[in-house]
Write a protein that binds this ligand. Structure first.
Ligand code: ATP
Ligand code: MG
Length: 289
């Protein structure tokens, strides 16, 4: 067996793991329900269940878990009740967003005619599909746009117009914008949208208690029997230097597990965390510490 492969197996065995615990993944299985993440999810469910709230917004600091929350939300929505159109990158003009929705809703390949009346034509097709696939089946359509801070103002206004479509005075579409903090500014500059956002939530970094829970949870999902690999002091330092941002925590923990494995330590202590932070700072890795 090649040595890298053997080393990876030894590493997992050494820590009692089945897979690596701190990869940057949006796999819902790795989701840890921190105080804020639970609240974000609850609010997202509320907006779709309520039915008449057409516009919601989930913002959050960079790397705090917006995208993984989006994946979990999507996974937990009942397919009997909801059709979900989920776009990872909303950096598209409205026509393309609409086209994407049509393609995801229709079973056959849809090739639009590229003419001046394209938007008219796309809207007509969209409404047709909405009626057949959503209204007639008594379902709701949820459109989730990630990285929505990149949407143009025109696209946001057009999305609002989409939520105006009703059948028998009932609305069937909920649009959820997910994005970095600047999305709040974009929306604020559009009063007609700002007033229609019935629900918003801002995801903050995790508290120290949640950092502890996060580490244990990720380790357990990765196969560790009890998730206790970090000393309380290590958790405390980690929480301070990362400011409670999950992506930063993953970055340092990955390195900490590697180093502690090389040193054959029994658990991860604060010295290891401090030495990694110092190394990252030397390389200008942007960790304050
Ligand atoms: N609640 C959580 N449970 C498990 N892992 C999480 C959680 N929140 C964040 N993470 C981890 O942190 C990393 C960053 O999360 P995510 O990509 O969802 O953040 P983001 O807010 O969408 O970031 P960006 O602002 O760059 O879009 C992910 O790889 C994920 O593994
Ligand atoms: Mg994201």
């Amino acid at each position: 067996m090649n040595t890298d492969k053997q080393k990876a197996i030894d590493y997992l065995e050494y820590w009692g793991l089945k897979e690596k615990p701190f990869e940057n993944t949006t796999d819902p299985d790795f989701f840890y329900e921190s105080y804020d993440h639970i609240e974000a999810l609850e609010r997202l469910f509320y907006i779709v269940e309520e039915g008449n709230m057409n516009f919601g917004m989930l913002t959050g600091e960079i790397g705090c878990g917006k995208t993984i929350t989006r994946s979990v939300f999507k996974k937990r929505l009942s397919p009997l009740q909801y059709d979900v159109i989920d776009m990872e990158n909303a950096n598209l003009p409205f026509n393309f967003i609409l086209l994407e929705c049509i393609q995801k809703m229709s079973l056959e390949e849809f090739n639009p005619r590229l003419q001046d009346d394209e938007l008219y034509y796309l809207l007509k097709e969209f409404k047709k599909l909405l009626k057949i696939k959503i209204v007639q089946r008594k379902k709701n359509l949820v459109i989730i746009l990630d990285e929505a801070q990149q949407l143009s103002k025109e696209a946001i206004i057009e999305l609002k117009n989409l939520t105006n479509i009703t059948y028998d005075n009932q609305s069937y579409i909920t649009v959820i914008l997910v994005g970095q903090p600047e999305l709040r500014g974009v929306v604020k500059s559009l009063p007609q949208i700002d007033q229609r956002i019935s629900l918003r939530f801002h995801l903050n970094p995790m508290s120290e208690k949640d950092v502890d829970g996060y580490l244990r949870s990720r380790l357990k999902v990765a196969g560790h029997p009890d998730g206790a690999l970090f000393s309380p002091e290590a958790v405390s330092v980690l929480s301070q230097v990362t400011g409670g941002i999950p992506r930063e925590i993953n970055r340092i923990c990955k390195l900490a597990l590697d180093r502690s494995f090389s040193l054959r330590l029994d658990y991860i202590d604060e010295e290891v965390i401090n030495s990694i932070v110092m190394d990252l700072n030397k390389q200008d890795g942007k960790i304050h510490g």
